[in-house]
Write a protein of this length. Structure first.
Length: 487
């Protein structure tokens, strides 16, 4: 959509060497460069003349080798390089000359996609602010345009989910799925994204046990690697754990973070996606089978402190607190803050995704998370915001009472068994999935509800967690550096 539009406008279909002068930083908003990559272009981010020549001089001279170079107009690019590259200024003014571009400056990827779907049908000069405003309201954000956009986007996302070749693709898919779910609620459009959850579930049942072997310099892969990652990348840090915050929730909360410079990636929660398992793994650097009390949270602080000590911090340098009004001592260099708001909303929710959208919007507008983050940044901490698990929509399939090991969780998506005689009967009755015990204590069996099911009153619609869906397992991992925000 927007990426395809930029690709066509830039003349990329007719050249193999192109210079994209991204003066409006649109790629950071809409990732249009992925379309160039899909068309076989090697993506090069221009930093300076010498580095570029060392790495790409030969390729620049080679006919048929595709290269897309991203730079800014203010960067010095020698004339001999310029004449070898087809230049295009990627700006809102260039792309949408008939509109008042100041009205477009805050548009995200979805908004730009919607705009591209309607702009080609407009033949009028709408550069007056009022005219652009009316065009956006009546055409771009019309319910029919949004419905068509979401339908196509879901179809494209399902196709991509069917052909995932690397775990990191699920991070992108989860983020785009969250955007679809937010827009569907916001504009009252009925869209079903559960097929994407089902495809991830199939992937996780086979591949999740292999993820501990993957190492990524940009982000930890599993929550169990988060403490090591933060310690390696920050001299002094706070990790804020938003209990139960999904990619859907962060899409809304992030609206209050627009004035901060941050990097957004994702991370895999543990399966089962319960607080006792996944948050303890996040704070301890352990896998579930290594936890002192995997089914209870009484040892959570102990696990965190022990992990911090193993990383080299002294008792006086370690802090663990709950709530927004946290004050750490000046000696603390490794701190954890637990915020329960989102999870409380999840388990008290009676209005489904619409209720979550409304409640999380109120939370975002209160800016409590933002203010706490800003406080830590001004005192010199790098801040990491993440979650122990997400949440998903479910319908009750009937309550399961008095069966299995007692698990300290509000989730109704999993039953943990030990020496239970009729495991097969439970699987058949409730259409349960036997989880392969990846990273978990082997003396138990783990039966997890299928996508969209939970052990609640039959027929009741709820939001919960504990299962294997993309909504529950892929969660945001936000990196906010003090040095970038204390100018």
């Amino acid at each position: 959509m927007f990426g395809d539009y930029v690709f066509e406008k830039s003349s990329a279909p007719y050249t193999d060497k192109i210079l994209l002068l991204d003066d409006d930083n649109l790629n950071s908003r809409a990732n249009y460069i992925s379309v160039f990559s899909a068309h076989g272009f090697e993506i090069v981010r221009y930093t300076d003349d010498l580095t570029f020549r060392i790495k790409y001089e030969e390729k620049l001279k080679t006919f048929g080798e595709k290269m897309a170079v991203i730079a800014h107009s203010e960067q010095y690019i020698p004339y001999d390089l310029l004449i070898r590259l087809t230049s295009y200024i990627v700006s809102l003014e260039n792309l949408f000359p008939k509109l008042n571009t100041t009205m477009l400056k805050d548009m995200d990827k979805a908004g730009l996609d919607l705009l591209c779907a309607t702009y080609s049908k407009n033949f009028n000069d709408l550069r007056q602010k009022h005219d652009t405003e009316m065009f956006l309201r009546l055409e771009v954000y019309s319910k029919s345009n949004i419905k068509a956009y979401l339908k196509k986007t879901v179809s494209d996302l399902v196709e991509r989910a069917n052909h995932v070749s690397c775990y990191s693709e699920w991070f992108t898919i989860a983020e785009e799925k969250a955007q679809i779910d937010v827009m569907a609620v916001q504009y009252d459009v009925d869209v079903d994204t559960q097929e994407i959850n089902r495809l991830f579930q199939q992937y996780a049942l086979i591949q999740f046990g292999k993820l501990s072997q993957d190492i990524d310099k940009v982000s930890p892969v599993l929550v169990s690697k988060a403490m090591d990652y933060m310690h390696d990348h920050s001299d002094k840090f706070i990790v804020i754990v938003m209990d139960g915050m999904s990619e859907f929730d962060w899409k809304i909360i992030s609206n209050s973070f627009k004035d901060l410079q941050y990097e957004k990636t994702s991370i895999f929660a543990m399966i089962p996606s319960t607080t006792s398992i996944s948050r303890q793994c996040l704070l301890s650097g352990k896998y579930p089978s290594q936890l002192l009390e995997p089914w209870k949270q009484s040892k959570e602080k102990t696990e965190f402190v022990n992990c911090a000590k193993d990383l080299g911090y002294l008792d006086s340098q370690i802090g663990y607190e709950r709530g927004y009004d946290v004050q750490f001592g000046s000696f603390v260099r490794c701190g954890a803050v637990i915020i329960n708001d989102v999870d409380d909303m999840v388990h008290a929710q009676t209005q489904g995704r619409l209720g979550m959208f409304n409640d999380i919007t109120v939370l975002a507008n209160q800016k409590k998370l933002l203010k706490m983050t800003q406080h830590f940044l001004t005192t010199g901490y790098d801040v990491y915001i993440t979650a122990d698990h997400g949440n998903t929509t479910c319908t009750g399939i009937g309550k399961l009472i008095g069966t299995g090991v007692e698990v300290e969780t509000k989730s109704r998506r999993i039953v943990v068994l030990k020496d239970f005689a009729d495991k097969a009967g439970l699987i058949e009755k409730y259409r349960l999935i036997e989880y392969p015990k990846y990273y978990l204590p082997k003396e138990y069996d783990y039966l997890i509800c299928d996508v969209g099911d939970s052990f609640d009153i039959k027929g009741i619609d709820i939001i919960t967690h504990g299962g294997i869906t993309l909504d529950e397992v892929v969660v945001p991992f936000i990196k906010i550096k003090a040095v970038q925000n204390n100018g």
